[in-house]
Design a protein around this ligand. Sequence first.
Ligand code: NAD
Length: 424
Amino acid sequence: MLYKEPAPIKDRENPFESMMSRFNIAAEILGLDEEVYNVLKTPTRQVIVNVPVTMDDGKVRVFEGYRVIHSTILGPSKGGIRFAPDVFLDEVKALAAWMTWKCAVVDIPYGGAKGGVICDPFSMSAGEMERLTRAYTQALVDTFGPDQDIPAPDMGTGPREMAWLMDEYSRMKGSTIHAVVTGKPLVLGGSLGRVEATGRGVMVSAMAAMDKLGMDPAKSTAVIQGFGNVGAWAAKLMAERGVKILGISDVSGAYWNDNGIDIEEAIEYKNNNKGRLEGYKNAEKISNDELLISKVDVLVPAAVEDVITIKNVDQIQARLIVEGANGPTSYKADNIINEKGIMVVPDILANSGGVTVSYFEWVQNRMGFKWTLDRVNERAERIMNESFERVYAASQKYNVPMRIAAYIVAIDKVAMTYKYRGGF
Ligand code: NAD
């Protein structure tokens, strides 16, 4: 098969440039000196591997994979592994940097990393996925490590792949090392509360922001784009706090009910329908585009990147956007959102509940002691609330939107740590 250079993505901003645009604004406000700027703008390490894997038909295919370590200034690097046909190095670089800022915002002692393998997990058998995961782990055995670089699931990977990764790494090292990876199945050292952690953090962020805006959750309405792990949990937990969820959506389209969607029922429907809302009856079907611009108080994008762009930002009616997904708002839409006075709880804050509980998983693995669900939720909620307050205070102090404030908090922390640790 001929190697095809990935085509440039049209109508989509380069994720690395998009991240850097925000980074540059925050760096300028902070007056970051040139040395630290240069250290933080480039990843520490970028590893490209090509791993041969025997496919079910007996032929060997070579898969290209990446692991980018953006920074280890705050501690061992942390970040997921994405298995997707269109994953590319610049995307992995951006996601790795986002992890650095995310960990710094929530004040956990990790740097940032991300991994990716160009493959189509949906067309691969379980055996092929296992061989690929194990081959990728072997190729990166010197990069990964509980004190070096700790992977986790991302798009196209989940607890199953993390179990294989942990097993392969442990075999190579000759002892069981749970803490090398997070997002594992519960029986293999996973943490209680990890599955719902990101959605829970989105809910906590939404409640904190509504409080600042003087909005009463019981009198507010919301729509959630994406009804997967993050979106469904965020919807359920927000509904439990009285928010009326008027619309939800997934790849099959969007579903609207003037009286509010019964979220428990929608989740049950999805679980019995191969994880999709397709055919959901107790609502009117609308398009995903209509959902985003509908008249509600809170918009939660919890699906994919670049859904709020210059094409639709003018029509957005929500007062508050809480970013469950990574990078749902394009850089070019930021200014218009700010002009419209919409508050955005940015991704690096709003969806950091996931990495926070991943950190708890790592801590529990290292202690060899399991926490109760209440302890996990209580501590995660405290961290989310404290982080929100830190970012909110920075937004007041520097008179900037929450997104830039989050970058300021993160870059300031990493830069200060770098100054203490020193370069060469
Ligand atoms: P998921 O695969 O469980 O769910 C994704 C959902 O989005 C699905 O319902 C899918 O049908 C829907 N979707 C996909 N494309 C869509 C489109 N174009 N329009 C509308 N809906 C669409 O994924 P997830 O784990 O819920 O992750 C969602 C987002 O949150 C991603 O950006 C991910 O990077 C981010 N995130 C996830 C976590 C986590 O812990 N799962 C942590 C931090 C950030």
